[in-house]
Design a binder for this molecule. Structure first.
Ligand SMILES: Cc1ncc(COP(=O)(O)O)c(C=O)c1O
Length: 496
């Protein structure tokens, strides 16, 4: 029921529309208190205004007097109202006068003094969800194949646990850290104790913490080129100067890392599956990189974002398993489960551990406790590894089909980066422009990423990056066929 809060008192008239919906999602008490508070804040109810009695308002709105008393009590407790229920209730005269601002009007003229610097836009692909488009979005896993029963079972276990009344451990839930340590040993050969693991809100937060702990503004950070743009932006935001290091079929070109006084204190790399080109850092280069870090006294950040997914290629040892004193290992549940979980982990050299935990507290105390607990149960039950097994088989099949389809565009386009993960790199020959292919494909309802924005340095080769994790196989085939047609017709047009 809607009515006007209308009471003709000796000194003031109150006229504020109130609306109570008994079937609404909010309890009636909350509906009344929220609307009164909004009216006070907007200046519709001025300081000192007397409110109608609870009895009157209850009658007018057709609700119980008790509900109005509780709403008034809430606003009294919050300081919006003063007085005693029964002896007159007033809008607090202490509230600062609120200018009547018409909604939609800009609240401030010009740029306020505290609004500093330009808007920093995140260096990520915009998340567009237009159904009509087949989107070869990079970095998106398949979540549809997650066992509903297993996932719900893990959450039910969490629901049975008592919610802690205090902040939890900054480094992460001890049981989850133990599960992650055991998992890393089994799956990645990284030998570490639970105490070595710090749970973070995604790998990207792990990098934030490391950058904060290790770099001072103005320091140089070596970064593979092309590379993961958001990680590069994190280092830049810390004030680091990025030194792009080229990548080839064997991964980061280690010999291009400066030595001596110019050696950067930190190098970031994705050795299991170079992002975005897809190559793996060869074993000799792994050893060379570690030797460089040892002689230059530098730190390697190993971003192992999708190292769990490897196909018909022998696993190469994680850098962290070869020299844990020189390597910060960043892991994540974003690819094995979902990026929406926002859970990752860091395994850092001992000297960094305490600093990272302190920085984690400063950042957000710790990662959400229930989410950490659900992962603990999911790992402990073996459900994560069962899911991973299914996903590996699924991605392997999808990858095979995708490669077969894209083969139709040879020789103008060559697929690379196939040994791991769930994205591939499409190298285009001189006849094709990546931007043009992407534009024509988009016209026909297929979205792909152009390679050049992943580069920090000068000229970039023409190429595309295709993520296939999140696409249904049939969609993927349809999208690949369109792409092949586009590439072949552009190549034919260029030749004629
Ligand atoms: C190379 C690389 N590292 C890290 C991440 C992000 O991981 P998280 O979601 O755990 O922050 C991504 C996400 O796409 C990535 O591609």
């Amino acid at each position: 029921m809607t009515d006007h809060l209308q009471a003709r008192q000796s000194d003031v008239t109150v006229d504020v529309p109130l609306h109570v919906d008994r079937a609404g999602a909010l309890p009636v008490v909350q509906q009344v208190s929220t609307q009164l508070r909004a009216a006070i804040l907007k200046g519709q109810l001025r300081p000192g205004t007397r409110l109608p009695s609870t009895r009157t308002l209850a009658r007018v709105l057709g609700i119980s007097r008790g509900a109005v008393v509780t709403a008034y009590d809430d606003l009294l407790a919050a300081g919006y109202l003063v007085g005693r229920v029964g002896a007159g209730t007033y809008v607090s005269p202490e509230l600062p006068p609120t200018p009547a601002v018409s909604s939609g009007a800009p609240p401030l003229e010009g740029r306020p003094r505290w609004l500093r610097g330009p808007l920093v836009t995140p260096d990520v692909a915009p998340s567009r969800t237009d159904e009509a488009v087949i989107d070869f979005r990079v970095g998106q896993p398949t979540v549809a194949k997650l066992s509903d029963a297993a996932w719900k079972r893990a959450w039910r276990r969490v629901a049975e646990e008592a919610l802690p009344g205090a902040y939890a451990d900054a480094a992460g839930d001890p049981e989850l850290r133990a599960e992650i340590a055991a998992y890393l040993r089994r799956s990645r050969g990284v030998v570490c104790d639970p105490d070595d693991v710090l749970v973070t809100s995604g790998a990207i937060q792990g990098l934030h913490l490391v950058a904060r702990a290790v770099l001072a503004p103005g320091d140089v950070a070596a970064f593979e080129d092309p590379g993961y743009r958001l990680a590069r932006q994190v280092l830049r935001e810390r004030g680091a100067r990025i030194l792009p290091i080229p990548v080839d079929a064997d991964g980061l070109r280690v010999t291009e890392l400066p030595t001596g006084p110019d050696a950067p204190p930190l190098v970031y790399t994705t050795p299991s599956h170079q992002f975005p080109l897809g190559s793996r850092l060869s074993l000799p280069r792994r050893h060379a990189l570690l030797a460089w870090a040892r002689t230059q006294d530098s730190l390697i950040v190993e971003d192992d974002y999708d190292g769990e997914f490897r196909y018909d290629a022998a696993p190469l040892p994680a850098l962290a398993s070869l020299d844990p004193a020189r390597v910060v290992y960043l892991g994540t549940f974003s690819k094995v489960l979902s990026p929406a979980l926002r859970v990752g982990y860091v395994v850092a050299p001992h000297v960094l551990r305490e600093r990272l935990a302190a920085l984690k507290t400063i950042a957000d105390y710790h990662t959400s406790w229930p989410v950490q607990r659900v992962l603990t149960h999911f790992l402990r039950s073996g459900d994560l590894e069962r899911h991973l097994g299914r996903m590996r088989r699924l991605y392997a099949r999808k990858r095979e089909v995708l490669v077969r389809e894209l083969d139709g565009a040879r020789p103008v386009a060559r697929v690379g980066g196939l040994e791991a993960g769930f994205h591939v790199h499409l190298e285009l020959d001189g006849r094709l422009s990546a931007a043009e292919v992407a534009r024509w494909a988009e016209e026909r309802g297929v979205r792909v990423s152009v390679l050049s924005p992943f580069y920090a340095a000068g000229s970039a080769p023409d190429g595309l990056v295709l993520g296939y994790g999140g696409l249904e196989p049939a969609q993927m085939v349809q999208g690949a066929r369109v792409l092949v047609e586009v590439m072949n017709s552009l190549a034919a047009a260029a030749a004629s």
